[in-house]
Design a binder for this molecule. Sequence first.
Ligand SMILES: O=C(O)[C@H]1O[C@H](OP(=O)(O)OP(=O)(O)OC[C@H]2O[C@@H](n3ccc(=O)[nH]c3=O)[C@H](O)[C@@H]2O)[C@H](O)[C@@H](O)[C@@H]1O
Length: 411
Amino acid sequence: MDKPLYMSRTFRYLLSSTKLLFWALLFLSLILFCSLQSPPSSRRNLGHGPDWEDLVIQSARPKSRASDQPRIVLVTGAAGFVGTHVAAALRRRGDGLVGIDNFNAYYSPSLKRARTQLLKQAGVFVVEGDINNSTLLTKLFGLVKFTHVMHLAAQAGVRYAMKNPASYVHSNIAGLVSVLEVCKSADPQPAIIWASSSSVYGLNTKIPFSEKDRTDQPSSLYAATKKAGEEIAHTYNHIYGLSITGLRFFTVYGPWGRPDMAYFFFTKDILKGKPVTIFEGSKHATVARDFTYIDDIVKGCLAALDTAKRSTGSGGKKMGPAQFRVFNLGNTSPEPVSKLVSILEKLLKVKAKRSVLPMPANGDVLYTHANISLAQKELGYKPKTDLQTGLKKFVSWYLDYYSQQGKKSAV
Ligand SMILES: O=C(O)[C@H]1O[C@H](OP(=O)(O)OP(=O)(O)OC[C@H]2O[C@@H](n3ccc(=O)[nH]c3=O)[C@H](O)[C@@H]2O)[C@H](O)[C@@H](O)[C@@H]1O
């Protein structure tokens, strides 16, 4: 009787150690799995060493500004289209700045890397990380006393919101709150300038769109998240004394632009001989946009930054009322999408294969047109570039950029 008892003890012992080993392995593989699932950017950005800190501090150092109040700006979405242009312009005039971008794959990350390369050459460091990573943001604010935040990181695009609604909530709502939370607690608090959108005017038919018009009829989730952002910004201004300026951009285009936008992929498709779809409204109504050239937008962004008053709070406490502004940054000259295609045909010297279709229920609106008198008055904003001139610059950049890419991939 002893033997079986002995055997069963050994067996139980073996069983329990096997179980232990099994659970330990399971636990370890879970840890490994979780760490592989977290985005590479946040992994790399935890535990930044002294070299990384030096790069941040160096980039934040103002260069040549003859001012006793130098501007030190955190630019979110710095590898994005507007972000890169704004960051480059800030650096050109000598401001100190640090960029942050998560390099997500909404569109070609290699285009984002190429933009960042330009910034690197200009001495701007772009941190790879997500604005939702509050540890990283707190670390940056610990290293640098930012006077301003130019918050341009966002999930853009109207139609993609039907495919990936969560990404809009993640970037445009949670991400915005994450940025505002860090700003509110910073001491001193920076002034914030951020990208809203013309899409907040939604289904309005009164044109041109004025900042005083209603913005409670968004036609896409994208627009709804931007509108929510405006309300969230108001709360942080009201409770914490953050100085906040929202800029409603109107269909921004130009060199280094976004491949998800119509002018960009129309160019690609025309060159490839593929058909382009031009939407029209009911009863053949023309679809038009107040296309705004990137250089004009950059001037508007810098003017908004230069006229921003200081936040009034300190370390999370409001000391008095703070500035709260919203401006339209458009071109005030809407053009039909069909005209956009005609201009591209001439510039590319290729006839487009047009297919005109009723606009699907995809969140797009029929028409946008900015009233810019407020921005004109308060920011001195004066757009100068018409669609023909702006597209010419875009096409020249496009042909150059993709011929270089072609040469590289042929090597
Ligand atoms: O101004 C804005 O608020 C918005 O401008 C653009 O949105 P959108 O004006 O829709 O720009 P595109 O996606 O480039 O579309 C331009 C026009 O082309 C039309 N379109 C688009 C795609 C297509 O296949 N055919 C077509 O006719 C659209 O309906 C729209 O009228 C940006 O993508 C948004 O991120 C931005 O916030």
